[in-house]
Write a protein that binds this ligand. Structure first.
Ligand code: GTR
Length: 340
C-alpha cells in the first residue's frame, strides 16, 4: 500500500497510465492477464491531500485489505487531486478506469436521485443523527442505489456541517446573503439552496475557489471547517457564519467493473475493510474539526452564531418540494427524520 506521492495533478499522460493500470502496481486488478499469484492493486482516488481524514481512512482501509488478504490485495492511494476533480474520478470509476474513489454526494446527484436526500438543507439535527441514519437502513439503501450506475457503495465517511463564509462580513440572517456571489458544488440542489437564500450561486470545482475569492469572482462559499482551513479559503474570506445548513456524508465507491472481477472472499475483505475504516475516520474527523477550528481562530477568522436559524430553515423549505419528487425519496426522508 502506498500514499501516492505529494505531487498535485498528474499530467494527462500519467493519468492515462494510472487508468491503464501501469503506475505503481505489480499488476492492476482490471488488467487482463493478471496472474493468480500476483498482488492485485486497487487504484484509489481522493481529492483531498494525504493528511486529510478521508485520505488517512483510506490508508487505514488499505492496511486492513493487505493484512486480511495476506498481501494478495492492496490499495494504492492517489491523493491530493492527482487524478482530477471528484467528477472526473467518478467517471473513471464508472467505466473501470480506476478501482475506488471517495466523493461527496454532489457529483452523484446527477446520476441517482436518492443521493439528493442526505444533502437536503437542515435534514439532520446534528452529526450524530447523520451517522445513525447512514449506519442504518437509509444509508444501506443509498449505497445500494448506486449499483445500476456502475458503482458499488462501500461506506459513508463524514464531512461534518457545512456553513457559509465570505469576504464581506458576518451573515446573521438570509438578508445578509442577498446579492452575494457564492460558490457551490456542481449540483442543482446546491444551486437551488443558495438561490433560495437570495444569493447568486456559482458552481465551480473546489480547487478553483481560492483564486476566485482572491480575484473577486465570488464573494464567498460554504463548507466544513477542515476544507475551509485546509484549502486556505479563510485567508481571503475571513467571516465564517455557523449556518450548519447541510450535514451530508461522503461516499466511498468501488467500480462495479472491479467488483465483478473480485472473488466472493475478496469482496468480503474489501467491504469489511471499508466498514472498519469508518470509526477510524470518525475519530480522525472529530479531531481534525477541532484542529481546524483552533488554526482558524489563530488565523484571525471571525466566527458568528446564527440567532434565528428558523429564518434560514423557512426560506429553503421549497427546496424539498423541488428535489424530493419520488415516493422512494419521500420514504427515505421520513425514515431519516424518524431517527432524529
Ligand atoms: C469538501 C468535501 C469534498 C467536496 C468539497 C466541495 O468538504 O470533502 O468532497 O465536496 O467539500 O465543496 O467541493
Amino acid at each position: 500500500m502506498d500514499g501516492g506521492g505529494a505531487c498535485k495533478a498528474l499530467s494527462f499522460a500519467t493519468r492515462r497510465a494510472v487508468m491503464a493500470g501501469a503506475i505503481g502496481c505489480v499488476a492492476a486488478l482490471s488488467l487482463p492477464g493478471c496472474g493468480p499469484t500476483e498482488a492485485r492493486v486497487l487504484r484509489t482516488a481522493e481529492f483531498h491531500p494525504l493528511d486529510y481524514p478521508t485520505s488517512r481512512a483510506l490508508l487505514d482501509m488499505g492496511h486492513r485489505i493487505e493484512a486480511y488478504s495476506g498481501g494478495k490485495l492492496s490499495l494504492k492511494l492517489y491523493a491530493g487531486e492527482q487524478l482530477g476533480s471528484e467528477r472526473d474520478t467518478l467517471e473513471m470509476a464508472t467505466f473501470g478506469g480506476i478501482d475506488l474513489t471517495r466523493v461527496a454526494l454532489a457529483p452523484l446527484n446527477a446520476i441517482e436521485p436518492l443521493t439528493f436526500v442526505p444533502g437536503l438543507p437542515f435534514l439532520f439535527r446534528d452529526e450524530a443523527h447523520m451517522r445513525r441514519a447512514m449506519d442504518g437502513a437509509p444509508g444501506e439503501r443509498i449505497l445500494r442505489s448506486l449499483e445500476p450506475h456502475g458503482l458499488i457503495g462501500l461506506c459513508f465517511y463524514d464531512s461534518g456541517a457545512r456553513s457559509m463564509y465570505n469576504v464581506r462580513g458576518p451573515i446573521r440572517s438570509p438578508d445578509d446573503m442577498r446579492g452575494l456571489k457564492v460558490r457551490v458544488q456542481n449540483s442543482d440542489l446546491y444551486v437551488g439552496l443558495i438561490e433560495a437564500l437570495g444569493a447568486n450561486a456559482t458552481p465551480m470545482p473546489l480547487g478553483e475557489i481560492y483564486q476566485a475569492l482572491v480575484q473577486g469572482v465570488i464573494d464567498g462559499a460554504e463548507n466544513n471547517l477542515p476544507s475551509y482551513e485546509g484549502e486556505r479559503h479563510f485567508e481571503a474570506a475571513p467571516f465564517y457564519s455557523n449556518t450548519r445548513h447541510v450535514i451530508a456524508p461522503e461516499v466511498l465507491a468501488m467500480s462495479r467493473v472491479t467488483w465483478q472481477r473480485l472473488s466472493a472472499s475478496e469482496r468480503e475483505i474489501v467491504l469489511r475493510s471499508a466498514r472498519e475504516s469508518v470509526p477510524v475516520m470518525r475519530r480522525l474527523w472529530d479531531a481534525k474539526v477541532e484542529d481546524a477550528r483552533a488554526a482558524l481562530v489563530a488565523g484571525g477568522v471571525q466566527f458568528n452564531e446564527i440567532d434565528e436559524i428558523e429564518a434560514f430553515v423557512e426560506q429553503v423549505k421549497p427546496i424539498r418540494r423541488q428535489f424530493v419528487t419520488t415516493p422512494e425519496q419521500e420514504r427515505l426522508v421520513a425514515e431519516i427524520e424518524e431517527m432524529a
